[in-house]
Design a protein around this ligand. Structure first.
Ligand code: ATP
Ligand code: FE2
Length: 325
């Protein structure tokens, strides 16, 4: 089966076709002229580029499509609605089923596809989300998550407060390479995390004259150590022995290194997919749509209302037969 996937929850409008493997992938990122991502402007960007991005993908893959999948949530309302409208009209045009994919679950599934890990603990660290997940009794359970903002948003906000362009994550990674450690608040509550206090403390540190290099380094070390601690505890509690890293922040080499070290010490296997599959992309929606289609998880147009607050653990995982115990 051949599935067209459309992603447009936030900054990237992206489409892909997945068959036995990825057939093609096209993306058009929205880059805010200044400041962070404005939901309405991102949606206008998506509407402006949709026909071009989808057109390129269909030109390469052909019109022989078995289903159309799209990100139904979570994400920014206006962006979600724009992508959903495109998906509905294509499903009607081709006369094929529609599949509403949970964006977070799609990050997980493309990671599992690439790594071929069957039952990993997943650290999903992106702009709006930071979660530690694992499959248990038919669902991706959230073992721990951020109680305030996502790690990527914390990095982006800190960067923006220093007039650095969006997204700030990759710039901070570069600056951190020359830094050394200064203490910043480390917040893990049970299995949950919080980043906004850390972000404020980082701003205060530069305001009192600490160098950007040192603050960026320490911000990363502190935030990543928090994520690694919760991931390690999830491994210990569940007895699983594989870890994958997904989401835009997963592109960070230092975070990958810290997770790899933790896994080596515990005798667990660690893998991260390449950058194209880390941040938001249409391939993860096309692939998850394909495995959902094969499990019969399609929706009617009437039921395809977007859900900006859709949680990973609300999805009934019909496509995995293992108990995940
Ligand atoms: P979600 O809806 O899943 O929360 P998102 O819309 O935030 O996703 P992603 O592409 O998954 O989008 O993640 C984007 C985030 O990744 C941004 O906050 C960006 O700063 C961060 N990021 C990208 N590259 C790096 C890097 N090298 N180091 C740290 N953070 C990074
Ligand atoms: Fe994402």
């Amino acid at each position: 089966t051949r599935v067209l996937g459309i992603e447009g929850t936030a900054w990237n409008f992206s489409a892909a076709v997945f068959d036995e493997d990825l057939v093609c992938l096209e993306s058009s990122p929205y880059v805010p002229p200044h400041g962070g991502i404005h939901p309405r402007e991102a949606a206008q960007h998506h509407a402006a580029v949709a026909a071009d991005v989808i057109g390129k993908v269909l030109e390469k893959a052909g019109d022989d499509i078995d289903a159309v999948a799209f990100s139904i949530g979570p994400g920014l309302g206006p962006s979600l609605r724009t992508a959903a409208t495109a998906a509905r009209s294509l499903a009607l045009k081709f006369g094929v089923p529609l599949i509403g994919v949970n964006h977070c679950v799609a990050h997980v599934e493309i990671g599992r596809w690439y790594t071929k890990f069957s039952d990993p603990i997943v650290l999903y660290a992106s702009g709006a989300n930071t979660q530690v997940l694992g499959f248990l009794n038919g669902r991706y359970r959230i073992f721990g998550e951020t109680l305030d903002i996502g790690l990527g948003n914390a990095l982006d906000k800190f960067a923006r407060s220093h007039d650095l362009p969006h997204p700030g994550g990759p710039i901070i990674e570069e600056m951190a390479k020359k830094g050394s450690y200064i203490p910043l608040p480390y917040t893990v509550k049970g299995m949950d995390l919080a980043f906004s206090g850390l972000m404020s403390a980082a701003k205060e540190a530069t305001a009192r004259g600490e160098s950007m290099e040192d603050v960026c380094f320490s911000f990363q070390e502190t935030a990543f150590a928090m994520c690694v601690e919760v991931t390690e505890r999830a491994l210990a509690h569940t007895g699983k022995d594989e870890v994958i890293l997904v989401g835009g922040v997963g592109a960070n080499s230092r975070l990958q290194e810290m997770l790899r070290l933790m896994c080596e010490e515990r005798g667990a296997r660690f893998m991260a997919p390449p950058r194209v599959y880390m941040g938001d992309n249409g391939a993860m929606i096309a692939y998850t749509g394909k495995i959902m289609l094969e499990a019969g998880s399609t929706i009617s147009v009437a039921d395809s209302v977007v859900n900006p607050g859709f949680r990973s653990d609300q999805v009934e995982v019909t496509w995995r037969s293992d108990a995940g115990e």
